[in-house]
Design a binder for this molecule. Structure first.
Ligand SMILES: Cc1cc2nc3c(=O)[nH]c(=O)nc-3n(C[C@H](O)[C@H](O)[C@H](O)COP(=O)(O)O)c2cc1C
Length: 251
């Protein structure tokens, strides 16, 4: 987290320099501080971005990849359509591109790749798995809720995030009257009435795909099956249009 309010940033960067992870993802600020360290040992930096302005800044700073956090994402969400976002980014950037936001099955993964992404982020879908360390009540809330139960508000962290309304109620907050946007502060040590992300829970639009808490392997098997079905669908369409083109050429 490279926002200046993260008082832990120097220690985070020291840890990165020590352990040299091959890929470092930055969020909520310019990737520059991480780039200086990570490029020093030959790693790559992906910058989370929610707008074209931030995407340009990240590319200018030397990011190797952009993660387009789009509408429908869990956590701090974007507002842009993933299709419009990746299309605009591909006009000035040919590095690694990730799409995140509401992708919860293999059809969504195939759609993102078809639209121009190399990779996807999936967050929400993996929370409701047996292996996830989220509290059981959080997992059950994902099963029970739909997109109608989400509210986007900047009132808790200073940046728009997608919250599960029942978790706000349980934490003593009124989802219809959330606090006005505070100053951005991502210092994990800051004390708050309800600890963000711990007492108040987030989800993206993909929660509609969650029907029960299952082992992770089941989610991954589903992703593979759905991705295959989606690519077969595209190949069948492509074969049909090629056949039509051949008929037209022969006529
Ligand atoms: C519970 C939760 C916690 C998250 N925490 C972070 C975080 O600490 N830093 C970050 O950059 N993104 C965080 N994200 C956002 C994810 O990196 C990703 O952009 C998002 O989950 C993609 O959308 P999806 O949840 O609809 O799949 C979080 C998302 C969720 C659901």
């Amino acid at each position: 987290m490279t926002h200046k309010s993260n008082t832990r940033m120097p220690e985070d960067l020291e840890l990165i320099a020590k352990y040299q992870p091959p890929i470092v993802i930055t969020a909520l600020g310019s990737p520059k501080p991480a780039i200086d360290v990570v490029h020093g040992y030959g790693g790559i930096v992906l910058a989370d971005v929610v707008s074209l302005k931030l995407a340009h800044k990240a590319v200018d700073a030397g990011a190797n990849g952009l993660a387009c956090v789009s509408a429908g994402a869990g956590g701090h969400t974007g507002t842009l359509s993933p299709f419009a976002f990746v299309s605009a980014i591909r006009q000035f950037f040919d590095g690694l591109v990730v799409i995140g936001g509401g992708i919860a099955d293999g059809f969504g993964v195939a759609g993102a790749i078809a639209a121009g992404a190399d990779l996807v982020y999936m967050g929400t879908r993996f929370i409701a798995t047996r292996e996830s360390m989220a509290p059981d009540a959080y997992k059950q809330m994902l099963v029970d809720c739909s997109v109608e139960d989400l509210v986007i508000s900047a009132g808790l962290t200073g940046t728009p995030a997608s919250w599960l309304k029942p978790s706000l109620c349980n934490a003593g907050l009124d989802p219809e009257n959330l606090p006005p946007t505070p100053e951005r502060n991502y210092d994990a040590n800051r004390s708050l009435k309800a600890r963000r992300w711990v007492d108040t829970w987030t989800a993206g639009h993909g929660l509609g795909a969650i029907r029960s808490v299952v082992p992770l392997a089941e989610v991954v098997d589903g992703l593979e099956r759905e991705h295959c079905a989606a690519t077969l669908r595209l190949s069948a369409l492509s074969a049909r249009s090629q056949a039509a083109a051949r008929v037209a050429a022969a006529a």
